[in-house]
Design a protein. Structure first.
Length: 733
């Protein structure tokens, strides 16, 4: 049976490049990579190791040793057939670097900058020196070109110095240390090491392509890399952001953003190639810029990730494993050299990370855990070794030794890191920060990513623009302005006026800082405002725009209320076109007439429901941005029980618990909120009269949408709309 299958593959390969053989290779690599990857995860190891081991098993180390003829028939060495699968593998390298860049959180690096920088510099320098020194003393018979020992030494130093950010981050996440101080330092250090490492790799590869190492070639590589990085993080960042947004907002075909991300990666890889730097740097930096895109939604990220993890990663690591022949380690000399390489790599990395952690201000226990985590090479080493082998800088035996080192150090890291992290106690201030971040993860405002603003040129539209700008400006949320026109006769005039006024109001109020801003203050982050001028009715324009991914719609229009009570039908139709959370602004009183950017006093009725909690978060966010006073009002219209006029104890506790919950939300933001309670009064009357007596300029009210053709938020909301003399922001879930 084995012989007949082998003969069939051999016959196909004999005809020239065969699609049957190519397809069989893909199927086998995907299947074995998935099965062994799953097995590795079951025993607490990263799945990428299973994919690499799958290739080793399918290569000359196991399958080729037991069934050599069948292995050679399935994976023939003819250049034409190898080129087909290696083309997929080489493109997989770029995609893996794209994914690594997308997972690179530069904000985290800035947050723990001092420790991460010292750790990454020491963690790269010490093992690099160890690897370079080893290359200088390595016997000639291990080198591909003894006359280019310096180049091989640079490759060895680079291969030994970089940690695998993917594996480090995965283990830190699994241990629940992602938000711990030490976990952030470990991941940020791995990010810095990756970035430094890929720059070194790009320069080293360019030197290898030049064939010689001299000051001119080094200068060109360094200068080319510096210019590319400077251009990428200035002009390139804006171009990438624009392309992703424009594609997301204008294309109607499936997965357009995935296509543009792959095109961006390819173009940047080609740019680095033409300036004399290796394509891996272009792919990595493209991933960093794509990952920072303000509208890269989770489902788009998952689409790109699924493509890479599900197809290209098993093929690439499987091919790397196929190039590894562990049977050569039967030679005692090679085995000794491999063990020396592993020992030097581990000691160098451990020492470098430990020294860097100590210098960066970590305790000995923290530095110990850090050193354990940084020793994982994983996918990074394999990529470096694969490219080094293809360029002739590494021999086949050196490649096998580096892959063996990557497998051993990576598989040893998870238990070592778990042991090290378990010995690091939780500090008091760290516990408080973790609780706050856990709260924010469940909150409404912290999870907003993109806002849609539908307004006309009326004072009510301007008020909605200012309120949306205050929410957007605190975190630099992208916001799209959708001008609404009153009628066809004044369409051109209204379009121009609304475009400018809506965007200007957003940009101006987005500059408000939390608590202490003024009109001339520079914003914490630039206001990211896009104006989209519709050429169709408001409800159709909103419905179409909503498909592009928005978390909250602000609506502000002149015709907000109808004469007989309730919301105007035009506003109701516009609101019905958006299925997500909705903020309807109805202007009244001094806040509308005065045209000020900020309210001075805000009232938020609370009932203990999810929508009222969301409203409280929005009110607190507005209060922090404006330095305004916020009062949480609980209204109970139930009559008292018994002759003594007292309420049941349970009811009283519930009321206090609801207000206490809102106070705790404010405390999480270091904001002081007032509380008030009204009893035995209809809720709409209590809210309207409290707002009038207290001089509250804005009421933020959490409501639920009711069914029907009209916009209905319930009797209480309708009563407040009719009776209140203050401006109102209805936040509907």
């Amino acid at each position: 049976m084995t012989l007949s299958v082998g003969n069939a593959f051999a016959a196909e390969a004999a005809k020239g490049p065969s699609e049957v053989v190519f397809l069989s290779q893909i199927i086998v690599l995907l299947l074995f990579g998935r099965l062994l990857g799953e097995l590795m995860q079951q025993v607490g190891q990263p799945s990428v190791m299973g994919q690499l081991i799958a290739g080793i098993v399918l290569g000359p180390s196991a399958f080729g040793w037991i069934f050599p003829d069948l292995q050679h028939a399935l994976f023939p060495r003819t250049p034409e057939q190898k080129a087909m699968i290696e083309g997929i593998s080489q493109f997989g390298i770029l995609l893996l670097l794209l994914l690594t860049g997308m997972e690179t959180d530069l904000r985290l690096v800035r947050k723990v900058g001092k420790a991460a920088i010292s750790i990454s510099i020491s963690g790269v320098a010490v093992p690099f020196i160890c690897g370079f020194t080893l290359g200088q003393f390595m016997p000639d018979w291990l080198l591909p070109h003894p006359d280019q020992r310096l180049l091989t030494s640079l490759f060895l130093g680079t291969a030994l110095s970089i940690s695998s950010i993917k594996i480090v981050a995965a283990i830190v996440r699994e241990m629940g240390f992602t938000r711990r101080n030490l976990g952030q330092v470990i991941v940020a250090s791995a990010i810095c090491e990756d970035t430094i490492g890929w720059v070194i790799i790009a320069i080293t590869f360019s030197l290898a392509e030049a064939g010689t190492i001299d000051l001119i070639s080094v200068g060109k590589s360094v200068l080319g890399t510096a210019v590319f990085l400077l251009a990428s993080f200035t002009v390139g960042r804006r171009i990438v952001f624009f392309l992703i947004r424009w594609t997301n907002d204008n294309f109607r075909s499936e997965f357009p953003v995935v296509t543009v991300i792959l095109v961006i990666m390819g173009i940047m890889a080609l740019i680095t190639h033409f300036i004399g730097v290796h394509t891996v740097l272009g792919a990595f930096i493209a991933g960093v810029l794509v990952g920072e895109s303000p509208i890269l939604s989770k489902h788009i990220d998952e689409q790109v990730r699924g493509l890479i993890l599900g197809f290209f990663m098993p093929v690439f690591f499987g091919m790397a494993g196929l190039s590894t022949d562990l049977t050569v380690l039967r030679d005692p000399n090679l085995l000794v050299m491999a063990l020396v390489l592993i020992a030097i790599a581990s000691v160098g990395k451990f020492a470098g990370a430990f020294i860097g952690g100590t210098v960066g201000g970590l305790t000995q226990r923290e530095s110990l855990a850090l050193a354990c985590g940084m020793n994982a090479r994983g996918s990074t080493e394999v990529i470096v070794a694969s490219i080094g082998l293809s360029m002739g800088a590494l021999s086949q035996n050196l490649f096998t030794m580096i892959v063996a080192m990557a497998v051993i150090t990576t598989m040893a890291m998870p238990p070592m890191l778990r042991w090290g992290l378990a010995r690091v106690p939780l500090r008091k201030e760290e516990k408080a920060r973790l609780e706050r971040e856990e709260f924010e993860a469940k909150g409404f405002v912290p999870n907003l990513e993109r806002l849609l603003l539908a307004v006309d040129e009326s004072p009510n539209g301007k008020l909605a623009s200012r309120l949306a700008g205050l929410i957007s400006g605190q975190r630099g949320l992208p916001i799209t302005v959708l001008p609404l026109q009153k009628d066809e006769s004044n369409k051109a005039k209204a379009k121009s006026k609304t475009d400018s006024e809506g965007a200007e109001a957003v940009e101006k109020t987005a500059a408000k800082r939390a608590g202490n801003a003024d009109d001339n203050e520079t914003p914490l982050v630039p206001a990211d405002v896009t104006v989209r001028t519709p050429d169709k009715p408001a409800e159709e324009a909103i419905k179409e725009e909503a498909t592009k991914g928005y978390d909250l719609l602000f609506i502000g229009a002149e015709n907000a209320k109808k004469k007989g009570g309730g919301f105007h039908r035009d506003l109701a139709r516009a609101a019905a076109a958006f299925e997500g959370p909705l903020a309807v602004v109805v202007g009244n009183g001094t806040l509308l007439e005065g045209g000020r950017e900020c309210p001075r006093n805000i009232l938020v009725p609370v009932t203990g429901t999810e929508v009222s909690r969301r409203a409280a978060e929005v009110a607190i966010a507005l209060g922090r941005a404006c330095g305004a006073s916020v009062t949480a009002l609980y209204v109970s219209s139930r009559t008292v029980n018994g002759s003594n006029g007292r309420r049941p104890l349970r009811s009283r506790r519930q009321q206090q618990a609801i207000l206490k919950d809102i106070v705790e939300i404010a405390d999480r933001y270091d904001y002081r909120i007032k509380t008030a309670m009204r009893t035995n009064v209809p809720p709409d009357t209590a809210i309207a009269t409290t707002a009038k007596r207290g001089g509250y300029e804005l009421i933020v009210m959490g409501v639920n949408r009711r069914g029907g053709d009209s916009l209905d938020f319930g009797d209480t909301a309708a009563g407040v709309l009719e009776k209140a003399e203050s401006s109102i922001l209805y936040l509907a879930g």
